[in-house]
Structure formats: C-alpha cells, structure tokens
Design a binder for this molecule. Structure first.
Ligand SMILES: [Fe+2]
Ligand SMILES: [Fe+2]
Length: 281
C-alpha cells in the first residue's frame, strides 16, 4: 500500500488541455477488437504468486472485498505481483490464493458486482460515472459536514482529527477536479476512439495527470486509515464520529475499486488503442 504522505506536492498540470480538442474531423477507424485483452484476462483460471494484483482483481472481481480486508492494494499497486504485495503485508501468497479459490467454489463473495472486464469502453465510462463519480460526489460533502461536527466537538482534545480534516479536504478538492477532467475531456475521447476516431486527440498528459491523481488519492486514503485507527468502530467518540468512520471506510473501498477499474482496465485499453502500446509517447 502507498505510504501515507498527505502533504505530498503535485506537479502543476494543464487541466484544460486544449491540445486534446478539435481533432474529431481527422478521425479514422482503427480495427481493434475491444474484447481481446479482457478475454485474455478473464480466461485466466489459475492464480499464481506471480499474478499481478490488478489482473487478479479483473479476473476475480468477487475477491476484491477480501483484498480490501487484507489491505492488498489492487488499484494503484495493481502492477505488483501477489507475492510481492503479500511479502510487504507479512502474508503467505499461497494462503491468499486458496482463499480466492474458496470464494469461487463456495459462492461466498464470488458474484461479480459489475462485469467491467467485458464492457465496451463506452459502457465502462458510463459505469464509472454512474456507479462511482455520482455517488462519490454526493458523499464527499456529507463527509465534510460530519468532519466539521466532529472537529468542533472533539477537536480540542483529539488533535489528529484536524489532520483528518486537512487530508480529507485536500483529497476532496483533487477528486472533484479529477472527476470533471475525466467526464469533460478523457471519457468523451475514449468514446470517440471506440466509435472509430483517430487516436491523435488523446493527449498523453491527460492520462499521466489522471494516474498521478490516483496515486495521490491512494496516499491520502492510507493516511486517513492510519489517522482513523483503521476505522475500528470501537474507537468512535460519539454517534457522529462513528458515522464518520463508517463513511470514510466505505469511501475507501469504493475509491479503490474505482481507481482499479481505471488504472488496470480503462487506461491500458485506451493507451493500446491510441499509442499501440502501454507506453505513452
Ligand atoms: Fe473516475
Ligand atoms: Fe480517475
């Protein structure tokens, strides 16, 4: 998991990115099978210690809640192998593999919340907006209100609550700008490319900026978890604090899944379409 660095700085970037606009007239059809990479991933039946966590989460989405509980980072850390991630958490990768396989055979948690791996790019963008952006946009101000109350009542005795408020406020600002960027610039380009557009309109800086924000969000979530005692409800100071801990815990799980669907599924497919490889020019 990323180390908590809530005060980490970010590079200034061009959110407006006018270079990405205005190329629709030059679009060309790119013959590409949108299912090929996903078919390859979902066809993976055997999980090995060398399997990347992001690929594991794509092939076995029902295992994501378990990965959350084990704090195995499958979103920003999705390129790491299961073996490497387990080593950092002091876990045995073979035990984790057995747990994932037991989920599949027992039917407990094996249901796929949304078959994102088989969705088209447009469907995936729609799903991310509907299932993640919309709900998070509603939840962020509610959590800010809970934090204001908790800090006002308990802040004088519990200084870490001010750190929670500062870290959360910075993350909220970043996320709200980030969702606008994705919905107004990146996702329309994804839909256009899938519809046969030439990939030239995709500015690689947009993908880099989005990936950087995901990384910062992962760092902020790690810091919040540490500041909130792992969201243990027994640490709640009052009913409002308990509601705050529950809301932050739920937000953490949703953001991990959200970033996973973008970092490990949407962005690789868009890079491959636009640049013919996973490397931006
Ligand atoms: Fe998003
Ligand atoms: Fe994102």
């Amino acid at each position: 998991m990323p180390q908590p660095t809530p005060s980490g700085s970010r590079a200034e970037a061009d959110y407006g990115c006018p270079a990405c606009r205005g190329y629709l007239a030059e679009l060309r059809h790119d013959a590409w099978s949108p299912m090929s990479r996903e078919d390859e991933r979902t066809a993976m039946t055997d999980i090995a210690p060398t399997t990347a966590l992001g690929d594991l989460a794509l092939a076995r989405p029902g295992a994501m809640p378990m990965l959350e509980r084990l704090q195995l980072d499958y979103c920003c850390g999705g390129r790491r192998s299961l073996e490497e991630a387990c080593s950092q958490r002091g876990l045995d990768p073979h035990t984790v593999i057995a747990m994932v396989n037991a989920l599949d055979s027992g039917g407990d948690g094996g249901a796929e919340p949304h078959d994102v791996a088989r969705a088209s790019l447009s469907e995936l963008c729609d799903h991310i907006v509907e299932a993640h952006h919309r709900e998070t946009r509603q939840e962020l101000p509610r959590i800010s209100e809970l934090l204001e109350t908790v800090v006002r009542v308990h802040g004088a005795q519990r200084a870490e609550l001010l750190d929670v408020q500062t870290t959360f406020s910075r993350m909220r600002d970043d996320l709200e700008q980030h969702f606008d960027l994705e919905e107004e610039l990146l996702f329309p380009v994804c839909r256009a490319i899938e519809a046969g557009a030439a990939p030239a309109q995709l500015d690689p800086r947009v993908l880099e900026l989005c990936t950087d924000t995901h990384e910062l969000t992962g760092q902020a979530l790690s810091a919040l978890r540490e500041l909130c005692g792992g969201y243990d409800p027994k640490l709640a100071l009052c009913g409002t604090h308990r509601a705050l801990l529950q809301a932050l815990h739920r937000l953490e799980g949703d953001l991990h899944q959200h970033v996973h669907e973008e970092n490990n599924l949407l962005f690789p497919r868009v890079r491959e379409l636009a640049f013919g490889s996973q490397e931006c020019p």
